[in-house]
Design a protein around this ligand. Structure first.
Ligand SMILES: C[S@@+](CC[C@H](N)C(=O)[O-])C[C@H]1O[C@@H](n2cnc3c(N)ncnc32)[C@H](O)[C@@H]1O
Length: 293
């Protein structure tokens, strides 16, 4: 009997799904993570997610929401019914200065606020106490609401996106709109062309780094010693080691490659974990056409 190749692929996928430790863990655990990738972040976290000074986290490539669920849980949002006070809702204006109420279509994407619309401005002491931090998750795809998480549907590589992420980070406790931690699990759709795919991955890392240069907090006790933390997914690229050595290492106290156990061994993905963002300027870098060095 002839077995079609798509049937064979489906069978292999099914076999992998039913035997995979993390798929089973996800299905049996009470956390109800939306994606097995949640366990990658849990393994990558060397304590930075729980530092008391961490108040603002950006989750890039956040759909379907596994990493944001992990963060929301660490911040205490998932243990509480209460929403943050409306007084902290940002932005009240979009990047063009237009007023943007919660849950509104904006010019290049949709963002939704984690706020409870019925909660009047700063009215509830309980909600003040429950406020543990700001989470902004960005993806090309929809992210179903998660308590405590602003979700923004937009292309992070579009230059219009970064100002909106920044605006969402701004609050009365964080008027500069700095992020303590920037996470990127972004991956472009694979084309099957290894050179093109690894180039896209490096371009994504460069864009995330450029965002970090502007928006990552220095000097707080967060990662290794002081300063913000940046975690970026990457695929193998001939220039990756150079990028790490010339760009990341001069700007962070500690940079290491990590391959969490939850990351499938057959995947060439890995993560750059950079801790302790320093104030001093490092090497300038850009191979992305159109982006300033
Ligand atoms: C591996 S998934 C992330 C899984 C996520 N960390 C979780 O735990 O649910 C990678 C995501 O990156 C997103 N992505 C890829 N390129 C992007 C871009 N330019 N802007 C925003 N999101 C992007 C994809 O849409 C995809 O949802």
């Amino acid at each position: 009997m002839k077995v079609s190749s798509s049937l064979r692929v489906n069978n292999a996928w099914l076999r992998r799904q039913t035997t995979d430790h993390y798929v089973r863990l996800r299905q049996s655990s009470s956390e109800q993570y939306r994606a097995r990738s949640a366990y990658k972040l849990i393994e990558l976290d060397c304590g930075f997610l729980t530092k008391p000074s961490v108040k603002a986290i950006v989750d890039l490539g956040g759909a379907p929401g596994g990493w944001s669920q992990v963060i929301a849980r660490k911040f205490g949002w998932l243990d509480s019914e209460s929403a943050p006070p409306l007084a902290d809702a940002q932005p009240t204006k979009n990047w063009r200065g237009k007023s943007v109420p919660a849950r509104k279509q904006v010019d290049f994407g949709t963002w939704s606020s984690p706020l409870n619309d019925n909660d009047p401005v700063g009215s509830s002491t309980a909600s003040q106490k429950a406020r543990k931090g700001t989470v902004v998750a960005v993806d090309l795809l929809d992210i179903a609401p998660i308590p405590g998480v602003y979700t923004l549907k937009a292309d992070f590589l579009d230059p219009q996106t970064a100002p909106l992420v920044h605006a969402l980070l701004c609050s009365k406790d964080n008027p500069e709109g700095k992020a303590d931690i920037i996470l990127s699990d972004m991956a472009a759709n694979l084309t099957g062309n290894d050179i093109r795919d690894s180039q896209s991955s490096l371009e994504i890392c460069e864009s995330v780094y450029q965002f970090a240069q502007k928006h990552l907090r220095t000097a707080e006790e967060i990662g290794h010693s002081k300063g913000g933390v940046l975690v970026m997914k990457h695929f193998m690229h001939p220039l990756l080691t150079k990028f790490r050595q010339t760009v990341l290492e001069p700007r962070f106290n500690l940079v290491h490659f990590a391959k969490p156990k939850a990351s499938r061994s057959e995947s060439s993905e890995g993560y750059l974990v950079c801790q302790g963002w320093k104030r001093s300027p490092g090497a300038r870098w850009s191979t992305v056409p159109g982006l300033p060095p």
